[in-house]
Design a protein around this ligand. Sequence first.
Ligand SMILES: [Zn+2]
Length: 360
Amino acid sequence: MKLTKDLEFLKELSELNGIGGYEKEVRKYMEKHFLEVVDKEDIMVDGLGSIAARLVGDENGPKIMVAGHMDEIGMIVTKITDEGFLKFQTVGGWWSQVMLAQEFNVTTREGKVYRGVIGSKPPHLLSPEELKNPAKIDDMFLDLGVKDKEEVEKLGVRVGDMITPAISFTPLANPNYLLGKAWDNRIGCAIAIEVLKRLKKEKHPNIVYGVGTVQEEVGLRGAKTSGQMINPDICFAVDVGIAKDTPGTDMSVKMGEGPAILVYDGALIGHVGLREVVLEVAKEHNIPFQLDYLKRGGTDAGAVSLVHQGVPAMSFCIATRYIHSHTSILHKDDYENAVKLLVEVIKRLDRETVNKITFE
Ligand SMILES: [Zn+2]
């Protein structure tokens, strides 16, 4: 299938490899796109590797941060066994049950990529006890298809190398349903880039920072440092949400029905004044949205809300199926509506409106 330019962009982002601390490839990609919008001197990188592009609409206007985290969940090689299997440490939240028998890539320090699979015992060999319980991550190993440790070393694979899920981007039967790895959170990176590109062609009464943060999956670390660096007046974290539209869920949040605005998550109580403005703009422009909450887990908005004297912030999410697994599905319309809504909201955020949001 020949992909449109939009889909090609999403495919590229999804297929980049980058876990917490190893986001270089994603950062380079975001930088390339940011440079289509701003000059080199308007791009900043903090000490942990988060990247921010500054687009000035009004030099004296408030600072608006739109942040997507660049890291995906994955693993780090911790040991090579004598037989040539790789033991690993997970980076980000994995549930053991979704890991067995899945394909992964190992990226070496030289940038070589090798395919492997997490080995699983056939049912024939499982004890009655093992059959009842999910496998333990500590017992798992990655099989690169080599003879022994020596062969692994010859490949240049070392302790400390990154392991990432290996699946390719695929539009499904209904081509708006996009299957891919790392939607958490390359879709947020895509939104941060696209919002900046659209605003470049519009008037906006503020300074907008498109941001790719690092190490979100291990505790919102890059949001802390990049938030500190930018010191924004308003922050939107763009991230995946959880679609609740599959068997066994309550059907409360559905893919394709608009971006999900979180009223509550484990790291943030969505700022009420900011939410009012966003919902007002959505209604005015007939952009669909959904309200959602997250009992556990948070987004970068939580960390940024606590920098300096505090920042009104919101988690702005794309309802996605099967997050924190090897693969996931999201709906293209939600991506497009998220961009549309953020662009219209940002056009509204002049100093007066931001003061009202903050102080009233
Ligand atoms: Zn995320």
